[in-house]
Design a protein around this ligand. Structure first.
Ligand SMILES: [Zn+2]
Length: 175
């Protein structure tokens, strides 16, 4: 039971005075289905999937402006269901991607944002200007206790002073 989106090139054939004669649906370089005007109108208007033509064991369906290849055994209802399911899953996937991107942009914004001076001053004062782990006074860095990428903020409570070596060790030990 398979349904695949079909790539179809549509070519209208017009007669005298531009009246539509027939429509060709090219699905490969030299393969086409030719629809007369009545069938084409039916295909364009139908809300339910309309069978367009058979190519070996697969049938081309038109549904809501999209074209699908389906096993010959599938009927219109099955095609409609499978197309609906596919779009629903695609929507869910896009939704998920949007959320992931928004979260990553948020993290990126946080990284770029400079730690406010008053936060630096408060943390420096609280930690006595030295590494909170080993007491070193050189190569000091402001460190996010909970990293930005995990939702940590720039609040004083989430910032601490670490020396470079301790910061690197912390980076290794965080799961
Ligand atoms: Zn240290």
């Amino acid at each position: 039971m398979s349904l695949n989106r079909a790539n179809v090139r549509i070519e209208e054939r017009r007669g005298f005075f531009g009246a539509l004669k027939e429509v060709r649906l090219w699905f490969a370089r030299d393969r086409e289905f030719t629809l007369n005007r009545e069938t084409w109108e039916q295909v364009s208007r139908a809300e339910e999937p309309v069978p367009v033509g058979l190519d070996g064991a697969r049938r081309l369906w038109a549904a809501d402006g999209d074209y699908w290849w389906a096993d010959d055994a599938l009927d219109a209802e099955a095609v409609a269901l499978l197309a609906w399911d596919r779009e629903r899953r695609q929507d869910a996937r896009l939704d998920r991607l949007r959320k992931i991107r928004a979260a990553e942009e948020e993290v990126e914004r946080g990284r770029r944002e400079r730690l406010p001076d008053e936060v630096r001053a408060a943390v420096w004062h609280r930690d006595d200007g030295r590494c909170v782990r080993c007491g070193a006074e050189q190569e000091l860095q402001f460190d996010h206790v909970i990293p930005f990428s995990r939702g940590g903020s720039n609040a004083v409570e989430n910032i601490q002073i670490l020396c470079g070596p301790c910061n690197r060790t912390k980076g290794d030990s965080i799961i």
